[in-house]
Design a protein around this ligand. Structure first.
Ligand code: HEC
Ligand code: HEC
Ligand code: HEC
Length: 135
């Protein structure tokens, strides 16, 4: 069994590679401080809660936005009805950014921290910006 050390080394490397995502997440999750998110939604009655509970929105908003886009563009289905009788336009600008009026200290701050860079605003207008681009 002269190959034993090699086999063990190979196994060790394999295990480390397999565990890499877990180790990486554990290390990076602790790195730095979590972003200081500012919830600055328009303080209008009925405009206080997120479309779905914030906890859920945190992990589901990407999928929800993609679903909304498909609904609008492919099915011309432009409205979302929640369980509490509220109706929202399925719109990135007119809904999400209308209520979350501070994209920079909310959306951007978390995305920067998480190292995601949504390309949506190549076309979609940020409300404070001048016209040009789609809603
Ligand atoms: C009517 C106002 C309103 C609308 C519209 C709205 N939000 Fe929210 N959102 C809130 C409020 C208030 C909170 C914080 C309270 C809570 O966590 O439920 C929140 C929480 C969140 C969170 C979780 C933040 C955290 O603490 O981790 C995310 C992410 C989010 N919203 C994204 C979106 C996106 C994307 C849209 C559009 C699909 C959207 N919101 C539409 C009001 C709104
Ligand atoms: C609490 C943190 C957090 C907040 C706040 C947040 N996001 Fe995100 N967002 C993420 C993460 C994390 C991802 C990447 C998820 C992935 O890659 O699976 C993401 C991805 C996205 C994507 C998909 C990007 C792509 O290219 O696939 C969109 C669109 C998006 N966010 C829009 C918004 C908008 C609009 C707001 C503000 C109203 C917002 N997000 C607020 C954490 C956040
Ligand atoms: C190349 C330009 C372009 C990019 C990039 C883009 N969109 Fe759009 N989007 C459009 C156009 C055009 C429409 C159709 C507008 C309409 O019918 O109201 C649309 C419609 C939508 C709608 C429904 C209508 C509305 O008012 O929001 C959603 C939601 C949406 N896009 C989400 C996204 C998200 C999320 C991203 C980024 C992950 C994104 N889009 C990136 C061009 C773009």
């Amino acid at each position: 069994m002269r190959d034993m050390p090699k086999i063990l080394l190979g196994l060790l490397i394999f295990v480390l590679l397999a565990l890499f995502p877990v180790i990486y997440n554990a290390v990076t999750a602790d790195a730095g401080t979590p972003p200081d998110l500012v919830i600055e939604t328009q303080n209008v009655p009925g405009k206080s809660d997120c479309v779905i509970p914030g906890e859920e929105m945190r992990t589901k908003h990407m999928d929800m936005l993609m679903e909304w886009r498909n609904d609008v563009v492919r099915l011309d289905d432009r409205y979302y009805h929640d369980d509490h009788g509220r109706t929202f336009e399925k719109s990135l600008t007119n809904t999400c950014l209308d209520c979350h009026s501070n994209k920079d200290t909310f959306c951007d701050r978390c995305h920067t921290y998480m190292e995601v860079d949504p390309y949506c605003w190549d076309c979609h207008v940020i409300p404070q910006e001048l016209e040009g681009g789609t809603r």
